[in-house]
Structure formats: C-alpha cells, structure tokens
Write a protein that binds this ligand. Sequence first.
Ligand code: MSP
Length: 620
Amino acid sequence: MSKFYITTPIYYVNDEPHLGHAYTTILADTLARYHRLFGEDVFFLTGLDEHGQKVQQAAQRRGIPPQQHCDEMAERFVGLWRRLSVSNDDFLRTTQKRHVKAVQRFLQVLYDRGEIYKAPYEGWYCIPDERFWTEKDLTDGKCPECGRPVVRLSEDNYFFKMGKHQDWLVRHIEEHPDFIMPEARRNEILGFLKKPLGDLCISRPKARLSWGIPLPFDPDYVTYVWVDALTNYISAIGIYEDEVRFCRWWPADLHLIGKDILMTHAVYWPTMLHAAGIEPPLHIFAHGWWLLEEQKMSKSRGKVVQPLELIERYGPDAFRYFLMREMAPGQDSNFGEEALVARYNSDLANDLGNLLSRVVRMIKQCTQGRIPSPGREEPLDRELREETLKAAGKVRGRIEDLRVDLALEEAVEIARRVNRYLERTAPWKLHKEGKGDRVGTVLYFSAEVLRILGDILEPVMPGKAVELKYQLGVSSKGRWEERVLWGVLEPGTTAPGGPPLFPRVRLEERKEEAYITLEEFQRLDIRVGEVTSAGSVQGTRKLLRLEVDLGGEKRQLVAGLAEHYAPEDLVGRKVIVLANLKPARIRGVESQGMLLAADDGKNLALIVPDREVGSGARVR
Ligand code: MSP
C-alpha cells in the first residue's frame, strides 16, 4: 500500500486561529481524506509552534506563564479543528518532550558533522518577526517583511553553514520539477538562489529569549524558532526514536504551506536536512493568501476573519466547501461573506440540496419511498451514467493535481447534469401517464448518481455527505473503487429522506440589536417547576390553567397547551418556567410566568429537564 504523509505548518500560538489557518488545515484534511479514500496509508500531521519571542511576549502581556498561555491557545486550535471535522493523525506541540528531544538530537548531529559554528553577529533585528536583516535587506530602514522599525544588535551566536549546500539545493530543485509547487513559487526560489546563499543564524542568547529549546552544546543559548518549528515534521514520526516508523513515513509527500513561509520551507529546511544526512521532503506546495479588502489578513492590522462565527452561521461543511471551492490553490483570493452565501445558495442549496429533496420526494410519491428497480436503459440514462463515471474520474485527477477547486466544480456539474436529466425525462409526467417502469429507471439513475456524488464529496463535506446518503438509505464505505461504480443502491431499500440538506440562507444583516448580552440573558429568571394541578380555562379551546410549584413558591400560569396536552397528563411533571415575566391577565385569569415549549408550527413540545432535578432549580 502506498503511503501519503501530509503536513500543515504548525501555527503560532500568539494568535487566535483565523481563516488563513483554517484554510490550510481544511485543504490538508481534504487531501488526506481523499488519499485515504484512494486506498493510501495516510499520515496527516498538524500542530502548534509554541516557542519564541512572540509567544513569550503574548504570555507576558496576559501576565501568565508561557506554558499556560500555550495550553489555553492549544485548546482553541484543537476545538476549532474538531468543529471542522479535521481528521489529523497526530497533533504536535513544540513544547512536547518528544519534540524537544528530537530537536536537540538534530542540532547535535549538525554540530557533530561540523555544520554549525560560533561567530559574532551584528545586524538589524526585527523584534516582532525575530529576524535579523542585513543593511541592504531593509526597506526605508525598516523590516522588509512587516514594515516595522528594526534595532541594531550585536552578539555571539551559532550559525548553520547553509551557504555550503546551495549548489546541491539548486541541483535538487532543477532535477525535481515538482519539489516546489506551483511553478511560479519554484521560479521565485530559483531566482533567489542566483545570489550567494549566506549562513543562517540559528541561536538566540538565553538572556534575551528564554522561551525556547536550549542548544545541547551550549545551554546559554536557545535555538532559533524556525529550526525548532521545521523539525516538527520529523520529530512527530519518531526520528532518532523509532527508526522503523520514521522510515515508513519519511520523506514527507507534501508539506502544505502558505506562500508567506516558502523561503524557510524551500531553502532552510532542505539544506538543514541535507546537512544532517536526511532526504528532503518530496513536495512543498505553497498556496496563496486569503485577502480582506485586497490585503493579507493580519491581526496587527485588525483584519481577520474568525472562522467560528461563519461556522455557526453556515455550518462546518458549507464553510469547508466554500474555502475549497473558492480558492485556486496557487493564487490569492478575496474573502467575502457575500461570495460564501452566493456559493452556498447556488451550489449547495440549489444544485445539490434541492436535487436530493426532489429525488427523495418523487421516490416517496412514485415508488412508496423505496429505491426502484431500474428497467430498460435508454440512451439518456446511459449518457448520464457514463458521464457521471467519467466526471468522477476527472474529480480524482484534479485532486491528485491539488486542484480541489476544479474537482468541486466538476462534482457540482454532475448535480446540474442530473437536474437537466430530470427536466428532460420528466418522471412526474411519466408517473401520471402510468409509465411505472420508466419512472423506476429514471429515479434509480438519479438516486444512484446522487449517491456517487455523496461519496465523491465526502472528503470535503464529511457530515453532509453521510446525511445525503442516509436520505437515500445507504451508508457506502470502503475505497474509491468500491464506491465510484454503478449499482451500489439496492432496489427495494427504503429511502427515508429528511430535512433539506442545505436550507437556503440570506446574508444576515448583523445589527448589534440582533444579539443579547450575557447580562441581558442573566436577567431572565428561568426555573424548574412541578405541575401540581391543571385544568381548562373556561370559554377557550387552547388555554390551560396550571399551578406550578417552583420549589416552595406556587405560581398560576396560563399556557396555550390544550390542543397538545391533556390536563391530567401534565400533573406531576417537571417543566421549565420563565418566572420573572411581568404578570398578565389572560381571559380573566392571572398568569404569573411563562411555560417554555418548542413549536415548529405543527407540533408543540414542552421543554423538560432530562433527569431528576429539584423544583426551583435555576436554568442557566
Ligand atoms: N509557525 C510558523 C510556521 C512553522 S511551520 C514549520 C507560522 N505560523 S502562522 O501561525 O503564522 O501560520 C502561517 C500559515 O497560516 C501560513 O503559511 C498559511 O498556511 C496560513 N495562513 C495565515 N494567514 C493566511 C492567509 N491570510 N491566507 C491563507 N493562509 C494563511 O508561520
């Protein structure tokens, strides 16, 4: 079985997870899930970069120890990945012992091989970026990367002989055209390597930065955060600890990164590995940036998109779909919620979701809710089947080329094709004309294509794909070849259907008034009560008069329950009461609070505590 080792960058914990982090992680997750579906043995690694000055400063600002800060931030990242169904096989944090040990061994190997030397270093230092710059690197005397002021620093440090490996690196890039992708990024690095490559300062004096991994050969120094961070890709798979495991996964098949960290991955990392006698990774792919108003998202500029809000509004699967569909992985994309809503409504609600509802509804009406048997196949049916399977093949090809966006375009086109097929075959008319055989064929073909679509889309929308298939009465599992084939749906099985897969959404105008604050919520006095008596309110059909015990305090309530509950069924039950609602007279009876119930227009259900709890208990 071939293997696929895929990684994301490990994210800094000085920042909350934002859309950019979510994008890389979802892209990696999508690819990992597809490769598992293709039958490969996948190892998907992500994690956190927890050392360095910025983290130390962030913890200082909060007045807590750095490790506590890291632990708290780790929970946020992990929580977000869980919410997004990220299927990583490991989660590496650079403060973990296994990693610290591996970094020290790696540094010791480099040192023992004569790849590291000590020398005075003087240069311009950008504190927030933790990077030294030479005079000619500076832009208008400022940091060329972030534009912030730099300070002059001079100190003894350790250096890695990076320059020594330049010729090897250039040759490697030339001989392996897919080593750095896309091509524009490869050319960028080759262009950069036309100039002599200097050596790399890989230490920081402990006196200036204590939050780091000590150099094994000089405890007065900690290692530069990038040496620490890059090593995660080999520490996680047990380098120097478990040779069998390491050899099973290394070299990594794909380091997925944003273009902001191309230099460190395409120059520092391979040269360090080469110096330590380790093979370079097979592929590095640098995707573009999500921009907000044409600028890279950046916390310092106050321009970030918080994924959680969008996930709450549109659901994790639609959010994943949008990010994967919208960005051509090599290029930048502008983020806009309008675009998300437009894609959601057109691709998901309309093309896919409506199609499913339509097919399931017709199956209910025409074939008693069971998957029909296909009858004689006509040219239109054959065409649909062949084109679907051909398109599925293209989807796979696009994924292998890392073009998830085009793969999804292809997949949605399959749904559109079924919609056209239904318009042309018009099974609702056939049904009226009593052509049951033909109806069965058309509905079988439509449902089977939808099922295939569910399987194809599962790596992008793991939750909704399962729901889609559930509505058709299947739960296909197994590899791509066992799913992307014709005839998996079994005639006669019940297609239970269900609620719309993607209910249409409107771009919410998020006015402040739409929210209530926690304080406002806390003004509500909601309590558990026990119904002690119940009876009708004279002259009404809908109202009941209840007496409720709120833990020693009796209340009389009038509630619109008579059409849904008999009074005798309510006595002795625990209910939930809004106790500080202003009393009101309803049909001459005073109501001193309000009973809480859920109402979907058809059914009304009382809200009740799901286990024993005393009367008077507060709901919060
Ligand atoms: N800790 C380093 C990486 C070390 S890897 C050995 C780091 N961390 S980071 O938190 O700044 O994350 C950078 C990564 O987040 C980018 O490479 C990219 O994957 C993702 N993104 C951050 N902002 C982004 C956008 N605006 N758009 C798309 N992705 C971006 O650098």
